[in-house]
Design a protein around this ligand. Structure first.
Ligand code: PGA
Length: 260
């Protein structure tokens, strides 16, 4: 079992407002002060300045939910990785299925985004995962390799280790039907093995997350799996008590809890 501190990231999607965000971040700060697990929050872009004001100099990181694959230019409505960096972001989510499904992203543009994010000094969180139809056809392995390979081709295997990979089956996102811990473990172990064929060190060190209907009731089983280094949390990050409970569970599974 990997003993590194678990990484729990709130993907708040298009939710929140100034007072709600403030309450969320201040409660999280207060209640995780003694934790060793790693936490981050990805609010909608307009709230990154607020996240920076509240979380700077704390253990909690913040990040964007998407970014342009270009650094600047005539791209109305887009946000540059350099802008995310200027507002103190550590992370940026790339290739979330909600963006792939609406045609904003594909395997190729994810590779470009991953590269631009690294260049800007951000840690990209690459989301991959199969649809229900692909799952039912038993194609999960094929799909995750198809989504991962263009990114590796783009940035090279060493650079992949500067990012995070989140396995998020589309059928589990926002449905309340999380993957079983066994399925999530099997796929993340497969992904780690696939990376290991190219570079064993990258495979051992890269953070692999599971996302899709993680909640306080199933988090312990999922986070106890050896290849699950953490989780990307959507719906359960909208209720601060639920999110903090998941953080407590993640902290217990880091095995590095400090009591001071
Ligand atoms: P969910 O979303 O936790 O609501 O399933 C996860 C995600 O979309 O990252």
């Amino acid at each position: 079992m990997k003993n590194r501190p678990k990484l729990v990231i709130a993907n708040r999607k298009m939710h929140g407002n100034l007072p709600d965000n403030r309450h969320f971040m201040q409660s999280l700060l207060l209640q995780t002060q003694q934790h060793s697990a790693r936490y981050a929050i990805c609010p909608p872009h307009p709230y990154l300045y607020q996240a920076q004001q509240i979380l700077q100099n704390s253990r909690i990181a913040w990040g964007g939910q998407n970014m342009s694959r270009f650094e600047q230019g005539a791209y109305t409505g887009s946000v540059s990785p350099l802008m995310l960096k200027e507002f103190g972001c550590t992370y940026v989510i790339i290739g979330h299925s909600e963006r792939r499904q609406r045609g904003h992203d594909n395997d190729e543009t994810c590779g470009e985004r991953f590269e631009t994010a690294l260049k800007a000094g951000l840690t990209p969180i690459l989301c991959i995962g199969e649809t229900l139809e692909e799952y039912e056809r038993g194609e999960t392995d094929l799909v995750v390799v198809r989504q991962l390979n263009p990114v590796i081709a783009h940035v090279g295997i060493e650079a992949l280790s500067r990012g995070v990979i989140a396995y998020e089956p589309v059928w589990a996102i926002g449905t309340g039907k999380a993957a079983t811990p066994q399925h999530a473990q099997a796929i993340l172990s497969f992904i780690r093995g696939h990376i290991g064929l190219l570079n064993e060190q990258v495979s051992a060190n890269i953070d692999l997350l599971y996302g899709g209907s993680v909640n306080p009731s199933n988090a312990a089983q999922l986070l106890s799996m050896p290849d699950i280094n953490g989780s990307l949390i959507g719906s359960a990050s909208l209720v601060i008590e639920d999110f903090i409970r998941i953080c407590q569970i993640a902290n217990e599974y880091t095995g590095l809890r400090t009591t001071a």
